[in-house]
Write a protein that binds this ligand. Sequence first.
Ligand code: ADP
Ligand code: MG
Length: 400
Amino acid sequence: MPAELKTAAELDVEGKRVLVRCDLNVPLEDDGAGARRITDDGRIRASVPLLQDLTARGAKVIVLAHLGRPEDGPDPALSLAPIGERLQELLGMPVRIAQDVVGESAREAVQATEPDRVVLLENVRFDPRETSKDEAERGAFADELAAFADLYVDDAFGAVHRKHASVYDVAERLPHAAGPLVAAEVEVLRRLTEDPARPYVVVLGGSKVSDKLKVIEALLPKVDSLLVGGGMCFTFLAAQGHDVGSSLLEADQLDTCRAFLDTGKIVLPVDVVAAEKFAADVPHDVVSTGSIPSDRMGLDIGPKSVAVFRDALVGAKTVFWNGPMGVFEMEPYAEGTRGVAEAVASLDDALTVVGGGDSAAAVRALDIGEDRFTHISTGGGASLEYLEGKALPGLTVLES
Ligand code: ADP
Ligand code: MG
């Protein structure tokens, strides 16, 4: 059982300089005129409460964040400047934007920032030491970052599985605490792994079995049933001896799937939407899983499967759902995901957690209503690694 995390609320921040690692990695698109436009500012909005709280309590807040994966050094297309502007609007107070991470501009910007205001450093990955595998290199960078501040708060759950300087090494160098986003994620993930209320049902989908093998392995002993849809159900169906046509199939995972099926906990679709090819505008029909035509591919679970999954969810007290049931991005293959999302959202008196970037996007795109779930996890990779039982460096360091 992991130690309790100290939270930002417990820190005495008055008159202190607080380095805050945020997750501001939002999607951007070109506006056609050479500028970059934020297409979904959810992560910026989510970061506002902590920044407001810290400044209101008299702290100088130095925000650290990454954007994308800069290849080598500063890349103007991945500058945090447009994000700083949005942050300023959302906070309703000026945000100073530094032009580098630990250089002259950053030092001056931190210096010039008033004691109860916010300064945003440039994309932390502009410095290649941030992601270096070399401890000494990362450490030297972390020393420079730590020199800006008295305290460190991590509110970037999506990055806690990375052993990066701004997530791990800097926390070793300063008194530290978890921000509210990290604390909330950890609280929910604990409830999924430590003594979950039963029945406990997990719904998995998405494209590949191989992506989710470890999480299946870790969760199977804990759950009462595991419902499998999405592209990964076809490897399970093939393992049972079904012909899956041209559906996604990972032949090297058949034995693993057989072993999973032997637990008796796995529930598979009974019908699928089979299409001529991976496209919206091609002939497609609902067929039973026992009679998928050899020239067709399954792109969604069918209505009978939705009913089977809904029945399996009745009375569940804990539900974790990761991975769409079909290619929900194309309208003809969205109904399976919609049906299962509705079934989970309609449960009374249950802990319902959605994990995964595409699953969260499906909840929004299909208008299911985000507030009908207990929690929608923001950090896809980090949540899965937590559920796999891996030690996450960014959390381990906060617990110490
Ligand atoms: P998440 O991001 O929620 O963890 P994944 O990344 O594992 O989910 O998988 C999402 C993708 O899986 C979606 O883009 C969806 O189109 C795809 N997918 C779902 N069902 C199928 C299928 N039957 N065949 C091919 N791709 C599928
Ligand atoms: Mg995904």
